[in-house]
Design a binder for this molecule. Structure first.
Ligand SMILES: [Zn+2]
Length: 68
């Protein structure tokens, strides 16, 4: 019973340290884990990858059609 408790604590500690290490290694990539940051179009609210978004006058658009 006592051994089991130590084992659970040990596993928890290992998991926690791995998570901490992963976060330290990727301080700026935390929001880009799934690839790119998604931005919502101001017209239709569709989420588009940051590189595909069209920014005009401080607003975000998913396509040229919504820019007008
Ligand atoms: Zn749109």
């Amino acid at each position: 019973m006592f051994i089991k408790l130590i084992l659970v604590l040990l596993l928890g500690w290992i998991g926690f340290s791995l998570m901490k290490r992963f976060r330290l290694n990727n301080p700026s990539n935390s929001k880009n884990v799934k690839g790119q940051k998604m931005i919502a179009c101001d017209v239709c609210d569709t989420h588009v990858p940051e590189s595909d978004i069209i920014v005009k006058n401080g607003k975000n658009y998913c396509s040229k059609e919504h820019m007008e």
